[in-house]
Design a protein around this ligand. Structure first.
Ligand code: NAD
Ligand code: 6OD
Length: 487
């Protein structure tokens, strides 16, 4: 049964200096519902001109009203944004589901409450942090003075649109910066509603600005090369990160990157298999596998390999794939035709490389329209298959047996990525020993995606630059001046 609601898809305009506006040239593009392939509405297509208006507004606000608001007052506004997100939770969850194809139930349970919590967390955290201070014998006192970086460009992916935008925007505002945001072109709706919410919460005009559009030669490119943007917070693919870095080089922008992952999920024979299976179903197929942290490379110690594959396949078969608005859907639609074709190309690679597809690899029966793919479980591929080494970003996992601890560590690290890893074992010494050798920024032991927003979050190697979370976020969004007072 579908979720009952009066919420309708919206047309998306830019939000510049506190006003919703069209593009100067009135250009728009269509927003497609990936579950039905129908047009949800139109989106204003911005470029250099709109980004330039937005940057000017952001610069004026930075040096004007926003600067004069006290830290305590700013914290109250940020808290209020979180409150208003919760007041509109169902509407936002519905829009997120229509845009991305993810189950409404998932958006309503995780994406939107977490988006609100991003603001609530930083509203508290920002007023609790101190600063470095040192007394140097009887000569001097030094202290670090924290100020905003300036105008920040925030460029977003489509998989967790509001959760990830707010993960960056909340600390950005907390530190007194202003922002020019570009949501992913496939998922523009919740970012647009967030602008209304910011205004209602009391964010002064010009502090948050939103320009819709595409990547290179469009709004994304215009943000990365704009000479008056001081920093860029980017989440997306490594290749895009590299392109942004090149465009940002001339103006030497400060960069924070959260990029892709091809994360190992290492299961030792001494682990609690019931727990492993339940969590591994989530870490493989939640959000259609479109989560950068998904453990899409599963390594299982040989004595339990067959049992694991058999039980994992059985549980995966029970997942309901289909209409994202149905209350009990587990796996919705992939975000777009382009992405669906890309994910399917990996299924073909697996077949050509001699892999065994235990389930999935095809559309579910009865779906003529929509970018649906059944959870797909593959074994029998060696480490050179692109299916094992490249990020697929869909409901597709590979399972490989291993015999030795050293061997699985080597395989886990055999990638350019270094975002996250999961280790399953009841042997505490082994857990530490293996965790210390895995090249990943986030390592879970006997769990997955358990988050505490104070902890460092981010990737090594091609999975990112810098860390976010707690003080790490506040450090990125601020500049420190050391002040020395002679005694
Ligand atoms: P993407 O890199 O294709 O696009 C991300 C954003 O960048 C979009 O808004 C796009 O319009 C913009 N863009 C594209 N080219 C650009 C350019 N040359 N200049 C400026 N902007 C440009 O990524 P995606 O397909 O939207 O997202 C999926 C990727 O994001 C996956 O690799 C996933 O792992 C990664 N991701 C990482 C994290 C993390 O926390 N590490 C979180 C979510 C997603
Ligand atoms: O939990 C988070 O803070 C976070 N940034 C999650 C990213 C998920 C990637 O798709």
């Amino acid at each position: 049964m579908q979720v009952e609601t009066k919420v309708k898809a919206i047309n998306c305009l830019h939000f510049i200096n506190g006003q919703f506006v069209e593009s100067q040239n009135k250009k728009t593009f269509e927003n497609i519902n990936p579950a039905t392939e129908e047009v949800l509405g139109t989106v204003a297509e911005g470029g250099k001109e709109e980004v330039d208006f937005a940057v000017r507004a952001a610069r004026r606000a930075l040096d004007g009203p926003w600067k004069n608001i006290t830290l305590t007052e700013r914290s109250k506004i940020i808290r209020r944004i979180g409150d208003l997100i919760l007041e509109r939770q169902e509407e936002l969850a519905r829009l997120e589901s229509l845009d991305t194809g993810k189950p409404f139930a998932l958006a309503n349970k995780i994406d939107i409450p977490r988006a609100a919590y991003n603001f609530h967390f930083f509203a508290d955290y920002m007023i609790s942090v101190g600063t470095d201070a040192y007394q140097q014998d009887d000569q001097a006192i030094h202290y670090a003075y924290r100020r905003p970086v300036g105008v920040v460009g925030i460029i977003k992916p489509w998989n967790l649109p509001l959760l990830l935008l707010t993960w960056k925007l909340a600390p950005c505002l907390a530190m007194g910066n202003t922002a020019v945001i570009k949501p992913a072109e496939w998922t523009p709706m919740t970012a647009t509603v967030l602008m209304e919410i910011c205004k209602e919460a009391g964010v002064p005009d010009g502090v948050v600005n939103l320009v819709h559009g595409f990547g290179p030669n469009s709004a994304g490119g215009a943000i990365s090369e704009h000479p008056d943007i001081d920093a860029i917070s980017f989440i997306g693919e490594p290749g895009t990160g590299s392109a942004i870095m090149k465009s940002a080089a001339d103006s030497l922008k400060k960069l924070s990157y959260e990029l892709g992952g091809k994360n190992p999920n290492i299961i030792f024979a001494d682990s609690d298999l019931d727990d492993v299976i339940e969590t591994t179903i989530r870490s493989s197929f939640i959000n259609q596998g479109e989560v950068c942290l998904c453990g899409s490379r599963i390594y299982v110690e040989r004595p339990i390999f067959d049992e694991f594959v058999q039980r994992f396949v059985e549980v995966a078969k029970e997942l309901k794939v289909g209409d994202p608005l149905e209350k009990d859907t587990n796996v919705g639609a992939l975000v777009s035709k382009e992405h669906y074709d890309r994910v399917m190309s990996y299924v073909e690679i697996a077949q050509n490389d001699g892999g065994t597809i235990h389930i999935g690899g095809k559309r579910p029966e009865g779906f003529e329209k929509g970018y649906f793919l059944e959870p797909t479980i593959i074994t029998g591929l060696d480490r050179n298959s692109r299916c094992v080494s490249e990020e697929i970003f869909g409901p597709v996992v590979t399972i490989t047996p291993f015999d030795m601890e050293e061997e699985v560590i080597m395989q886990a690290n055999d990638t350019h990525y270094g975002l996250s890893a999961t280790i399953w074992t009841t042997d505490l010494k082994k857990a530490h020993r293996v965790a210390h050798q895995i090249e990943a920024g986030i390592i879970w032991v006997n769990t997955w995606f358990l988050r505490d927003l104070r902890t460092p979050f981010g990737g090594m190697k091609h999975s990112g630059i810098g860390r976010t979370g707690g003080m790490h976020s506040l450090d990125f969004y601020s500049e420190l001046s050391n002040i020395t007072i002679k005694l």
